[in-house]
Structure formats: structure tokens, C-alpha cells
Design a binder for this molecule. Structure first.
Ligand code: G4P
Ligand code: NA
Ligand code: NA
Length: 194
């Protein structure tokens, strides 16, 4: 997606060979117009998937997910990382280990909001090692729901998550795929080359 790639080139900060900071439009400040375009792009790519619900993870997955949900006219559920006072009964939970942050979070959703009739599109802001997506897939399995596919705003193609999830036969649509952050430069994968 060209407008996203331009935004990354103009405003992204390469912190290291593996980490890209995009606080000006995605992870801290949010650019609503870009998010709307992102939502429309996800909606177009999954238009024929019969999606009934979107599932994401707090916090940075929420903005692109809400915009996709608005366009697709489906509700958005976000898994919580902290135990909520009011989120007590009938939880689906999964452990998500972050290799980047070297910590494990338990993520959960109430069983009230996803069931076996749902066809769910999973959306997240970044795809690195894919552990967050695996955790969300685990939750969908517990709910008996089906997975329509995975929509990612920025995939780091030099890490293993995308390959691992695509090898399961799952449709993964990443709106920007970064092949390298070497020498402070962002290099995108050419569209159509996976
Ligand atoms: P994984 O799920 O693909 O295995 O990812 P990983 O553990 O590496 O990511 C942990 C957190 O760091 C996630 O955010 C993820 O979105 C984010 N992340 C991973 N790589 C990058 C990167 O290069 N740049 C940025 N900006 N973020 C990255 P989170 O902890 O869930 O936080 P939140 O932003 O959703 O609140
Ligand atoms: Na995230
Ligand atoms: Na994030």
C-alpha cells in the first residue's frame, strides 16, 4: 500500500536492524485518515471471506481494526493483556511470548463476544515472530470460531512470523512488508513477491 510505505519512509525511525519506530502515526499518535485507508484496504482484501467479526490485541491493533470494522460493518473485539476487574467469567486465554520484549503476557477475551458461528479476521499492527497471531488463533480455536485470515499493517519480512503463518495455509495480507532495516534504511518487499 503506497500511502503507508510513504508514511513509513517519511516518518518511521529505524532504531536498529530489527526495530522500526512508527510512533507518529500508529503506536502513539494515530493518523486517522491513514487508518481509514488501512481499514478500507483490509476490507477490500477480505471482501469475499464472509467475515463476521474482527479480533485484535490491545493497544495498537485497535485503531486499524476499528477502521476495518467500520468499512466491513462488523464488530471489533480486542483481547486484553491485563486481567480486567470486570473480565472474570468464561474467559478464553492464551499465553503470548514476546521475543522482542522478552516477556510473556496472558491475553484474554470474554467468551461472550466470539462463538462457533463467527468467521474472524485477525488484525494486528506489527507481525514479527507471529506469537501474538498464534495466541489469537488459539483463542479462536477455544471459541470454535473459524479464521478468515490475518491482516497486518507492517510485517517485518526478515523475521519468521509471516512465513510460519502462511505455511499453515492461512491468508496473510500485510499492507507493507519490510525486507530490511539495514544501515538505517527501510527496504520494502516488491508487491506480489512473497
Ligand atoms: P510477535 O507477536 O510477531 O511475535 O511480535 P513481538 O513479540 O516481537 O512484538 C511485541 C510487541 O512489539 C508488539 O506490540 C509488536 O507490535 C511490537 N513490535 C514488534 N516489532 C516491532 C517494531 O519493529 N516496531 C514497533 N513499533 N513495534 C514492534 P505490543 O507489545 O503488543 O504493544 P502495543 O503497541 O500493541 O500496545
Ligand atoms: Na500489537
Ligand atoms: Na505494537
Amino acid at each position: 500500500m503506497k500511502s503507508l510505505e510513504s508514511k513509513i519512509l517519511n516518518e518511521g525511525k529505524v532504531l536498529s536492524e530489527t526495530v522500526l519506530k512508527v510512533d507518529s502515526f500508529l503506536n502513539h499518535q494515530i493518523d486517522p485518515k491513514l487508518m481509514r485507508q488501512i481499514g478500507e484496504e483490509f476490507a477490500a482484501r477480505f471482501a469475499d471471506a464472509g467475515v463476521t467479526k474482527i479480533l485484535t490485541l490491545e493497544s495498537s491493533g485497535i485503531a486499524p481494526s476499528v477502521m476495518a470494522g467500520l468499512t466491513m460493518n462488523v464488530p471489533v473485539v480486542f483481547a486484553r493483556k491485563r486481567k480486567s476487574l470486570t473480565l472474570i467469567n468464561d474467559l478464553y486465554s492464551a499465553e503470548v511470548h514476546s521475543f522482542t520484549k522478552k516477556e510473556t503476557n496472558e491475553i484474554s477475551i470474554s467468551s461472550e463476544y466470539i462463538n462457533q458461528n463467527d468467521v474472524v479476521l485477525v488484525i494486528d499492527d506489527f507481525l514479527a515472530n507471529g506469537q501474538a497471531v498464534l495466541g489469537l488463533m488459539d483463542i479462536l480455536k477455544q471459541a470454535g470460531a473459524s479464521l478468515a485470515g490475518v491482516g497486518i499493517v507492517i510485517e517485518k519480512g526478515f523475521q519468521d512470523g509471516g512465513k510460519m503463518i502462511r505455511e499453515k495455509g492461512i491468508q496473510v495480507e500485510s499492507l507493507a512488508i519490510i525486507d530490511s532495516l539495514a544501515e538505517g534504511n527501510v527496504t520494502f518487499r516488491k508487491e506480489g513477491a512473497l
